[in-house]
Ligand binder design. Sequence first.
Ligand code: ASP
Length: 621
Amino acid sequence: MTEQTTGDLPATQGEERDYDEYRVIEDLGGWKRSHTCNALTAADLDSTVTLMGWVQFRRDHGGLIFIDLRDREGLTQCVFSPELAPAAHERAHAIRSEYVVAIRGVVRRRPEGMANPSMPTGEVEVYATEWKLLNTSDTPPFPIEDRVDAAEMLRLKYRYLDLRRPRLAKNFILRNRAAQSVRRYLDGLGFLEIETPVLTKSTPEGARDFLVPSRMSQGMFYALPQSPQIFKQLLMVSGLDRYFQIVKCFRDEDLRADRQPEFTQIDIEMSFPDEEQVMDMAEGLIRTLFKETIGVELPSPFPRMTYRQAMGEYGSDKPDVRFGLPLQDVKDIFAGGGFKVFASAPCLKAVRVPGGLELSRKEIDDLTEFVKIYGAQGLAWIKVKEDGEWQSPIVKFFSEDEKKGLAERLGMANGDIVFFQAAKEDVANAALGNLRLKLGERFGLIDDSAYAPLWVTDFPLLEYDPEDKRWVAKHHPFTSPQPGQLEEIAFKPGEALARAYDMVLNGNEIGGGSIRIHTPAGQKAMFKALGISDDEAEEKFGFLIEALKYGAPPHGGIAFGLDRIVMLLTGAKSIRDVIAFPKTQKATCLMTEAPNVVARKQLRELGIQLREKPEDKKEDA
Ligand code: ASP
């Protein structure tokens, strides 16, 4: 830097003036961008380049003005020197953060000791000979930097600025790569990308529908698709053989942290497959995707586990198998014994945690509160001290045989803690399954850099909904039962298994699908088992049953949650970080302020009259 430094001007010189006269917005005037802001290296030394982007930062230093110019790809340091280009330098005093500029100049090596090895462009800088002001910017409400502590509400209101932050922009660059990888893979296997309607009729995927009133058919409503399920099946009836779509789906659910009311699926369907073929194709897709986006090799084939085993050992149908701590059934050990809480429990399960002796009383109390979220009444435990003695509020109720049986079954060792759940099976599984995840984190058992995919298979076809007091489809009502079970579902609804499969990765369900029912009789039998009358089936799904009469081929498919997958690929903590314009947990958009009131005229045209005036709830988040 030495030879260009004029040296005698104080760094603040120039700030006293406002330089407004230089803030005249210019046209591109034929300038063309030659490189992105992440492209220049020592290989480009001495070439003349034109960069365009946003000013990350301006500093005046020893007579020189430095700016970091940013675009979605990265940063390049640009230098304005009063000696090389006096006019350009003088005008550069007017530059502020987030101004949009075009800079033309010569690539030079940064002076000795000034290189920044952590930046791809860190060896070079661009010595500006000319520049254009393409637009000014107000001071942004938060700095456009990776590390920003602005509240998420503010960032969502100014989402377009939030997306300028490199950490977020990177997620969308990767998301695009993921989508293109999916398209290439499926196109290569002969899948056709076909769009299905958004204004449609309800598809039952277990959630509430978003409804859209019809103006032409007053009093009638479209539903936004919860998935394109029925349409993709109809495309198989039509003989198009292999379909896919990267598609928005809409579910009006109360939102948990990792859900959005509209989300994107990679939706796939194929004709004439069995489970193996769909699973093979789907595994290949995910393996290719991981390889092409983040260079990770996933195992081949993915391990498989039945639903029963997953629930039994992990208390979850989406087990995180990156670590152990399996749940173990110990009911038989205490059956008929003197400790009534254990002896009379419908289900008794335990999880042994090596090293768990170190958990403090306070930590155990916190874990007890934690399992209550899942319906547990409490959390029994035994600590095995270093001298082998059992410390626990409950062991005094155990017989010697019970103690021996338990120690053997669990392989109890000094330093362990064992937690128990005596409860209904679903409560015991949910409580211990979630406790297991929490303990996995507490004891550092989860390798964050590992990817552990697996298939969960042999799901129950139906599950009982205690609120509605009826059987409902575990996946959706078009899922085929396993061979020979169709006739039985009406009689033994709890026993039938589905030809369904879920793909799980690190404890997340990333995809799920099934072989479908493809005969009218089969579909009718299913509706019957679900307590859907012929009339209701006809009204809701008549067009599907009708279609199945005209030579529907055997077919099956799967759908993946693209947002969830991109989250795993990028390591993003929130699903909102991989969706360009996400909604809040109250399903609102803070930027556009949707949903919002509409003009009375619009409602009149739709034949809609509101019962109550919507309150102004702008404070929503
Ligand atoms: N339509 C199903 C879903 O959205 C996926 C499938 O069965 O292919 O979960």
